[in-house]
Design a protein around this ligand. Structure first.
Ligand SMILES: C[S@@+](CC[C@H](N)C(=O)[O-])C[C@H]1O[C@@H](n2cnc3c(N)ncnc32)[C@H](O)[C@@H]1O
Length: 374
């Protein structure tokens, strides 16, 4: 074997070992996600946060669950560093466990910007129709958003809720001066929120701007029902209403001062038709704002972690969901700025501006109906 061949073999062996190491870490990460899902859905974290140190028997009693399972979960969570045990040496049933200080904010406090329990729920939801996803890869078909079930919907809503309630109307919209001014002005502004899901963006806008009326539109019926419940609980039913409507059909009409689409354009089977609807709704005077994933400008062979994160959602959920309706633009989660520009142009917009709003996950686009004067 020549020197070069020897070096190639060594490099290949090194890569092999790195992949072995990585798969072991990924397996641990996957178990983290699924065990956090259990703790979240069964109310374990909430009970631990409310009560402090608990034995398996006490946690099972608080959550109406089966003690032996609870004991196993508590031990697993302690071994992986999410919980702590008061004294590991006492008999198993007598051990007392609690959340490590700092962890409750991430796992329980839904108003915190650090709340990430819904991430576990959305990942579990993304794997729910896995056999249908396998079939779609073979046939070129899709898997409808509804088929991903309640965990996907709830996880999605829970991930964005705090940001929509705390940041959208207090930082993001105020950073767009003309939009901010119009939303405060008379006559009261009208907002259309396309692909609204559980409605937290619409509610966040209405809470921040006390005069505006918001119509949220989504084609997923269970989401619209939950959105109307959420508006009612927030005491906003008179100003915030949600409707089951497909944005890519002309059935959506009216005039709005602001038309938004938060994290949904890449999910649409016909994004151009939906953008055309948004153009009509805003007319020449309304503003059109799109928030979508902050993916790279171009495909790079070794992308960063965030790009990998978005591709993960794409291969399991966003692309199959976007292909449920045919024909489909087949976008996927990784909708690059140049793709959105192309869609906007095809829909009849004159220009797309990337707004200087700084966010780790999202990029903000303002679509202009009219061309800037020469
Ligand atoms: C990823 S979720 C985003 C929900 C919400 N905007 C948020 O940020 O949490 C995408 C949403 O777009 C909706 N959607 C997809 N295509 C649509 C269409 N053509 N018209 C209306 N809603 C659509 C889905 O039903 C889903 O609720």
């Amino acid at each position: 074997m020549g020197n070069q061949d020897q070096i190639s073999v060594e490099k290949a062996n090194q890569r092999r070992d790195q992949l072995v190491e990585r798969l072991l870490q990924s397996t641990a990460g996957t178990f983290d996600i699924f065990s956090i899902y259990l703790g979240d859905r069964l109310g374990f974290y909430q009970a631990l946060s409310d009560n402090g140190w608990l034995t398996p028997h006490e946690l099972a009693a608080h959550t109406d669950t089966y003690e032996r399972y609870v004991q196993e979960w508590l031990e697993q969570q302690t071994v992986v560093g999410i919980l702590e045990v008061e004294d590991a040496h006492v008999e198993a049933q007598s051990r007392r466990f609690r959340l490590l200080p700092g962890h409750a904010e991430v796992l329980v406090e839904r108003d915190s910007l650090n709340y990430l329990a819904p991430l576990a729920q959305i990942v579990v939801g993304a794997t729910y129709p896995l056999s249908s996803v396998l079939e779609a890869y073979r046939t070129g078909g899709g898997v409808s958003y509804g088929d991903y079930g309640v965990d996907l919907r709830e996880g999605q809503a829970g991930m964005n809720r705090a940001t929509f309630l705390r940041v959208l109307g207090t930082e993001w919209l105020p950073s767009i001066p003309d939009v901010h001014a119009r939303l405060q002005d008379d006559p009261p502004a009208r907002v259309a929120d396309i692909g609204c899901g559980y409605g937290w963006s619409s509610i966040g806008i209405a809470q921040a701007y006390s005069k505006v009326f918001v119509d949220g539109y989504d084609l997923d019926e269970p989401s619209v029902k939950r959105a109307n419940d959420n508006a009612r609980k927030a005491g906003l039913s008179d100003r915030v209403k949600f409707h089951v409507r497909d944005a890519s059909t002309p059935s959506l009409a009216g005039h709005y001062d602001l038309v938004t689409a938060f994290e949904c354009v890449h999910d649409m089977s016909d994004p151009v038709a939906a953008l055309r609807t948004m153009l009509h709704l805003a007319g020449e005077t309304g503003a059109v704002l799109i928030m979508d994933e902050r993916v790279g400008e171009t495909f790079t062979a070794k992308g960063d972690e965030l790009e990998g994160f978005f591709y993960g959602f794409s291969v399991l959920h966003c692309l199959p969901a976007a292909m449920a309706e045919q024909p489909s633009a087949q976008t996927g989660t990784v909708m690059r700025p140049k793709t959105l520009r192309r869609y906007a142009e095809e829909a009849g917009f004159c220009d797309v501006e990337i707004l200087p709003i700084d966010n780790f996950f999202f990029r903000f686009y303002r679509l202009q109906a009219l061309c800037p004067a020469a």
